[in-house]
Design a protein around this ligand. Sequence first.
Ligand code: NAI
Length: 344
Amino acid sequence: MKKICFFDTKPYDKTYFDMYKEAFDFEIDYFEPKLNADTAIMARGYEAVVAFVNDTIDAKTIDILYEGGVRLIAMRCAGYNNVDFKAAFGKVHVVRVPAYSPYAVAEHAMALLLTLNRKIHRAYNRTREHNFSLNGLTGFDLHGKTMGVIGTGKIGRIFIDICKGFGMEILAYDLYPQTESGLHYVSLQELCERSDVISLHCPLTKETWHMINKNTLQLMKKGVFLINTSRGALINSEDLFHAIKEEQVGGAVLDVYEEETEFFYEDLSGEIIKDDILSGLISMPNVIVTSHQAFLTKEALSNIAEITFENLKEYFKGTGLANEICYRCTKFGNCDKTDKNRCF
Ligand code: NAI
């Protein structure tokens, strides 16, 4: 039986993976620690590891995995900015789940916006204390406002449809605009200048790292709302923190944070958070932080489990790897996949 181990496993992961594992002939061990250079040794003797968004899959981790016999890293997520593809190439295949529920993420983005704008988080706490005052709870109509969407891929497009349902005007920016989509594409500068709310739906790459920084924040309308359900490092958090303090930004909802690896997915309620920017942002009444949970729906977890097992099955059968990704794929959009429909 093929041996596979999972890193960074939470109870809800196990529930869904256990539901699907019977259909596949794998021996599975679930590990709680995140995968990184210190924990990679745990995978010795396994041929495949299953990893997640906050694992650190750098060159050192990959070398330790490879020396221990690992030949496949199956990412149980869509994003892959935490993988050193150059280091993996030729040694360890990397597969991912390119889409599992773009609806989950797009719906969470809108849930966060509605919560913040209509102050639901504050109203909920107030009424539990029998405080029925409305002071400070005024929001604005989304209808007729302009939503700027950065990244018009699977999630961005669904989010746009949701926003259209609210009667919002849409401005879009993408490095690769979908010209047939009928979307109104503008430059990043124009999007920043004209949007009332800006939502990020592009991947984290060298080009998008800190794309929201003090320069782009200054271009935005005073009081702009920002939504980030993509990757934390799209935003320079310190610049955002200051822009909120200076009231240039009127509100921010963040499902991701650039230094989240140390905190997200853990119960740290009894501890002092040593990241002053994260603590500062969380303490602000016009900021909502969720712990990288936009994907967390039953449908998404089922799809992640099923597609991850299919990816593993393909690998062990020796067939092409439909969801393989390598540095050539990320650089050129695709690679030849000349070797048995695999990247190498
Ligand atoms: P996608 O690949 O379908 O779409 C990404 C879009 O971004 C594409 O249209 C692409 O052309 C565009 N893009 C690439 N580079 C760009 C640049 N430099 N500037 C502007 N646009 C650029 O990806 P999908 O499925 O829509 O996911 C988007 C992101 O959402 C993922 O990269 C991931 O980081 C994040 N995500 C977050 C989750 C969460 O739980 N918070 C769950 C799943 C994805």
